[in-house]
Design a binder for this molecule. Structure first.
Ligand code: ATP
Length: 217
């Protein structure tokens, strides 16, 4: 039976006299994908960042696995509900250092094998582990950012235009990887302004217009 892992209810973000996200609601089942499309400036990123608790909300509720997400310890929440920006900033050091960062923060040291497996899950060769992260291409940084998020074993990935800057082939590969991750129980909310990407992600489709979220392509 399907069960919700993330329920966003009537979420609002107001800045100054402007309502950027206006009572937006969305429900995400375990291991499923929802995509959000909408024009530039419609509030998609702000909504995703609010769900990730990277910015403050001005109204509404978020429930994660039945708990009040806004009351959870924020670092723990962000590990479970992981936001991946379009161009993740690499930490200093190698790709492996980046992938290990989250677990290390928890006092856990990932083995070389575990790092290789995480890289494999995002479609990167194990040899990438030794490369300085600063030297990577945009698409490679994106995938390392994904692997870095996956190292924390998140239940929900929040992908903010993750595929928009990639060439069509790389974008398709990343989308297919995300789809295959959902088969292992990770859910994802994917913001994209590219219709073809939304179709390839599959799942429920939402559209944002001036901060108002509606279901449907
Ligand atoms: N802290 C803030 N203060 C004031 N306005 C803000 C703030 N954050 C975002 N905005 C405004 O809210 C609107 C929505 O921004 P947002 O980045 O969420 O849109 P978007 O749909 O993700 O756009 P894009 O597709 O171009 O990234 C924009 O007009 C932006 O300038």
């Amino acid at each position: 039976m399907a069960s919700s892992c993330l329920v966003v209810a009537e979420l609002s973000v107001v800045r100054g006299d402007r309502t950027i996200v206006d009572h937006a609601s969305l429900s995400l089942e375990v291991g499923t994908i929802a995509t959000i499309q909408g024009a530039s400036g419609s509030g998609k990123s702000t909504f995703l960042r609010a769900i990730a608790r990277l910015i403050a909300v001005d109204g509404g509720r978020i429930s994660f696995e039945g708990h009040d997400a806004l009351a959870m310890e924020v670092t723990e929440y962000r590990r479970r509900v992981a936001y991946v920006p379009q161009l993740p900033r690499m930490f200093e050091g190698t790709v492996a250092d980046n992938v290990r960062a989250g677990p290390r923060f928890q006092g856990v040291s990932l083995s070389d094998g575990a790092v290789a497996e995480l890289l494999e899950r995002v479609g990167l060769a194990a040899e990438m582990a030794r490369r300085p992260a600063s030297e990577l291409s945009g698409g490679e940084k994106l995938r390392v950012g994904l692997a870095r998020a996956l190292a924390n074993d998140p239940r929900v990935l929040l992908l903010d235009e993750s595929t928009s800057a990639l060439d069509p082939e790389s974008a398709a590969r990343v989308i297919d990887r995300v789809v295959s991750l959902t088969r292992t129980g990770t859910a994802a909310i994917c913001v994209t302004h590219i219709d073809e990407h939304a179709r390839r992600f599959g799942g429920a489709r939402y559209h944002m217009t001036s901060g108002v979220l509606a279901e449907g392509a």
